[in-house]
Design a protein around this ligand. Structure first.
Ligand SMILES: NC(=O)C1=CN([C@@H]2O[C@H](COP(=O)(O)OP(=O)(O)OC[C@H]3O[C@@H](n4cnc5c(N)ncnc54)[C@H](OP(=O)(O)O)[C@@H]3O)[C@@H](O)[C@H]2O)C=CC1
Ligand SMILES: Nc1nc(=O)c2c([nH]1)NC[C@@H]1CN(c3ccc(C(=O)N[C@@H](CCC(=O)O)C(=O)O)cc3)C=[N+]21
Length: 297
């Protein structure tokens, strides 16, 4: 039976550890400000944005929310972005993905001030990450690095198979793990929908990171004995519970936990870490913009 990796606990420890840096900024009269922008009313996105605002309250960040209707024009969103770029109280912000189809997410990202891009999605920040000089590490991959470190899972020399090549998870995860650093130095395989014999690639891995958005694609038969399994996937599957849905990962937890050495659950695994690292990046952004040096965990 595998160790169950407790993302809520590690995220909570990171929020606590951010307290010192938030205190240092506070002594200089600075409250880090994080804005979330939601276009439309996708229920999952609304949940995430509410959780992010609650996180801000909990750690003493200034949480700001900008809501635009689902039929907003690209120009309306660009105007909101310009306002956020100009607002000195906002040190970081993000535009929740996905956006409605009349809006081009790439163009949105390009308009975000890279110094406030706490998702780390702007091409300048992506370039810096790939060059080994990251300003903001994207929250989900950074959170996964912190989870692995918290459970003493060595990445150096490890064979890591990532399932998914998205710009927000798969690609930055691969880049971070490849880097010549204490939390990198892995040998990385990145799989996607055209990969042949996926099972052979996951089975040989010391660490499997599933981020494909296909519910329970990875089962125990695809996991090597003792491997660490990180399940990023989070899909809403309708059921007859009170909420009307259950959250399901990309890994079939029941069979995978029998072979894995350690495994993240869904919920309570990677999700809370993504939110904790968003707070981390916002504190870091405030420190850089206000020229107040802080110690980050
Ligand atoms: N817990 C968290 O904090 C977060 C969770 N998520 C969740 O993670 C999942 C992935 O999201 P995201 O990273 O945005 O990825 P995308 O949905 O943008 O892309 C999915 C990736 O998986 C690949 N893929 C799809 N089907 C298969 C398959 N059958 N075999 C192998 N690869 C496949 C796709 O390949 P191709 O490129 O060929 O299309 C693509 O690269 C979603 O469930 C999302 O909700 C996302 C972000 C944060
Ligand atoms: N610009 C942008 N940046 C993102 O970082 C971003 C995004 N768009 N779009 C969507 C994905 C998804 N994502 C999650 C964040 C937190 C949880 C999370 O906290 N999950 C909890 C429970 C969630 C629940 O109860 O619904 C858990 O897994 O325990 C999940 C998923 C960030 N994303």
């Amino acid at each position: 039976m595998a160790t169950i990796i407790d993302g809520n606990a590690v995220a909570s420890a990171i929020r606590d550890d951010l307290g010192a840096a938030i205190g240092t900024l506070g002594d200089e009269g600075v409250t880090p400000g994080l804005a979330t922008v939601l276009v439309g009313d996708d229920p999952a996105s609304e949940t995430y944005v509410n959780m992010k605002q609650r996180d801000c309250e909990e750690v003493g960040l200034n949480g700001i929310h900008v809501d635009l209707p689902g039929d907003a024009s690209p120009e309306e969103l660009y105007d909101a972005i310009e306002d956020l770029n100009a607002d000195p109280a906002v040190h970081g912000y993000l535009v929740q993905d996905p956006v409605p189809e009349q809006i081009d997410y790439r163009e949105v990202i390009r308009r975000i001030d890279p110094a406030k891009d706490v998702d780390g999605f702007h091409p300048e920040n992506v370039g810096r990450l790939v060059a080994g000089d990251a300003r903001f590490k994207p929250c989900t991959p950074h959170g996964i690095q912190k989870l692995l470190a918290a459970y003493d899972v060595e990445t150096e020399g490890a064979d890591v198979t990532i399932v998914g090549r998205s710009d927000i998870v798969g690609k930055p995860m691969a880049n971070l793990l490849l880097q010549k650093s204490h939390d990198g130095n892995a040998t990385v395989t990145v799989c996607h929908s055209r990969t042949e014999d996926l099972a052979a690639k996951t089975r040989r891995a010391d660490i499997v990171i599933a981020a494909c958005g296909v519910t329970e694609l990875i089962d125990g038969s695809m996991i090597g004995e003792g491997a660490t399994v990180i399940d990023v996937g989070i899909s809403r599957v309708e059921d007859d519970s009170e909420k009307g849905y259950e959250l399901v990962g990309d890994v079939e937890f029941e069979s995978a936990k029998e072979v894995a050495g350690a495994i993240t659950p869904v919920p309570g695994g990677v999700g809370p870490m993504t939110r904790a690292m968003l707070l981390y990046n916002t504190v870091s952004a405030a420190s850089l913009q206000e020229s107040v040096p802080v110690d980050l965990p």
